[in-house]
Design a protein around this ligand. Structure first.
Ligand code: ATP
Ligand code: ZN
Length: 286
């Protein structure tokens, strides 16, 4: 049987979320994946390779793997010929420039002639070119954040998520040069049969993604307040209204984004809704 070959990170920040996404898509791979090179799904035509994230774009370009889950930062730094097919919603971070917290930073021009330490020379050079700044790029492979402190560089360009690593090293973030999350990349040429397997996988991923930040919300309200409450609710469709056993009351069911829920909940309560329940949604096919 034809198997679609997927490369994911062997261990590190993206590994668990990659395996979790497959699981949410109903795809089972054996539990003990950490010490293996590859594993085959038991209920989907998929073979999973476990690799260092930096190697994934190369494997996918060469067609050794058909697709991969990897950070956009790694994809764009690699300059490989692969297609970004779907963003996956995890591994969110930004590639940023940071300087000492007491350094004045009026604008990007102040990087002129400075020395910048980074593991992302391609993306940094592109940013400098776009801003017509000449700076010296000092490429190092790890612990970039300590470079200014030990006098190795004037600034750094590195991945940031919360910013706590920068803070602990006495740095301030001054430019975001790329916002990144994990993406599904695809090899330049895929056979028709493999493309059909990929289409099935993409359908499942999109179904899971749609449900991710949506909530199923239920509440009770007196009938004379229904109209007002429904006007506030920005649901997907018109909400479901069911009569309660108690005369004069109804139950309202709707689907809301997490954000909309928090934005409107106070107002809905004030109008008269009670017993508000919020439930997670696992899958959503629309
Ligand atoms: P490998 O051994 O696979 O080469 P690594 O050490 O290069 O792993 P990790 O630190 O596991 O990589 O990060 C993998 C990816 O996670 C990054 O390329 C990036 O896309 C994403 N990421 C999300 N938040 C952060 C962060 N705060 N710092 C670094 N990477 C992050
Ligand atoms: Zn890596």
């Amino acid at each position: 049987m034809m198997l679609l070959k997927l490369a994911i990170q062997k261990s590190g920040r993206l590994h668990d979320d990659s395996v979790k996404l497959l699981k949410e898509c109903g795809i089972e791979i054996s539990n003990n994946v950490k010490n293996q090179l590859k594993a085959t799904a038991s209920n989907f035509p998929l073979e999973v390779f476990f690799l260092r994230d930096d190697d994934i774009p190369q494997y996918v370009e060469d067609g050794v793997a058909d697709i991969g889950f990897v950070g956009e930062n790694v994809i764009y730094e690699s300059k490989k010929n692969v297609t970004v097919t779907e963003l996956l919603g995890f591994g969110k971070c930004r590639l940023s420039i940071a300087v000492g917290k007491n350094e004045p930073y009026p604008n990007v021009q102040c990087l002129e002639s400075k020395k910048i330490a980074t593991s992302y020379p391609v993306l940094l050079q592109k940013f400098l070119d776009e801003n017509k700044v000449n700076a010296e790029i000092h490429e190092i492979s790890g612990s970039v954040e300590i470079a200014p402190g030990i006098g190795l560089a004037d600034a750094i360009c590195d991945l940031v998520s919360s910013g706590s690593t920068l803070f602990m090293n006495g740095l301030q973030e001054t430019e975001v040069i790329l916002k990144s999350e994990s993406a599904l990349i695809k090899t330049p040429t895929l056979s028709g049969e493999k493309q059909r397997i990929l289409d099935k996988l993409l359908f499942r991923i999109q179904t899971v993604k749609k449900a991710k930040n949506k909530k199923y919300v239920l509440m009770n309200a007196p009938n004379d307040k229904l109209e007002e409450i429904i006007k506030i609710l920005p649901g997907m469709k018109s909400p479901t209204i069911l009569p309660l056993a108690v005369e004069g009351w109804s139950s309202i069911h709707t689907v809301l984004s997490e954000n909309d829920f928090w934005e409107h909940i106070e107002e809905i309560k004030t109008v008269g809704a009670e017993d508000i329940l919020v439930l997670p949604i696992e899958k959503m096919v629309i």
